[in-house]
Design a protein around this ligand. Sequence first.
Ligand SMILES: Nc1ncnc2c1ncn2[C@@H]1O[C@H](COP(=O)(O)OP(=O)(O)O)[C@@H](O)[C@H]1O
Ligand SMILES: [Mg+2]
Length: 268
Amino acid sequence: MSAPITMSAPARAGADEPRIRIRDLTVRYAPGEPLVLDGIDLDLFCGETVALLGSSGSGKSTLMKTITGFAPITSGSVRAGDFDVADLRRGQLRSLRSHVGQVFQQFNLIGRLSVLTNVLMGALHVAGPVNMLGTFRAADRRRALELLDRVGIAHKADQEARSLSGGQQQRVAIARALMQNPRAILADEPVASLDPTMSRIVLELLRSIAREERIPVLVSLHVVPLALAHSDRIVGLRHGRVIVSGRTAHLDADQLAPVYETEDEEAA
Ligand SMILES: Nc1ncnc2c1ncn2[C@@H]1O[C@H](COP(=O)(O)OP(=O)(O)O)[C@@H](O)[C@H]1O
Ligand SMILES: [Mg+2]
């Protein structure tokens, strides 16, 4: 039997080994359709927050989905920890997904359940559904409360999730992701439904998590100033290709403008 695959850094890996490594990735959803991603190279290192910029349809969500095996890998490779994503059996895919925290624009909470229960759902990735009948372990409950405290909404633990504001709901979703002890976090437009103040709070929270948990956070955005203010690196996608990539401190809005140029501007 082969050794179990994990997303922890293997003993042989150096500290500079990326947790996620994407090489020459192409994605086509169906034969005969155009490439949605075309020749993507991307490394995500522990401790860093990488902003993925691109207009609607540029391939941001697809890129994130390839990391968890939710989008087809037509050619090239995607490695997440020890997982070779193109080559996983169903059980291994489940294991990979249990290690990757995901955050979405629409929060994806169960509205009629309490905030605390929603956070505890993150533990089900690890424990399986056996505890669904109201019997989460006391240790899990303690941890869920700690995480709610960390994201600043412990006082809402017993409220129905749907009674919270958008920004509060997104923080519940982040606490839920942390409940998985994630080895990476993928946040797909996590602030697209939030006002500017709450966007800043949520993005700084994600960034502090990357640093403190020593995990990579990949966050897709479509607002340039937010990417410039809240990331360590920026990758700009256009029509499925990386057209800008660099350390945030070395980039400015002008250098990122081509990511959002309309076809008219391009032709001009
Ligand atoms: N499941 C799918 N099947 C077929 N085409 C898809 C699917 N998901 C996305 N696409 C197409 O892939 C392209 C990129 O989409 P997406 O990754 O969602 O971009 P973004 O997140 O940047 O808006 C779009 O042209 C979209 O229509
Ligand atoms: Mg998207």
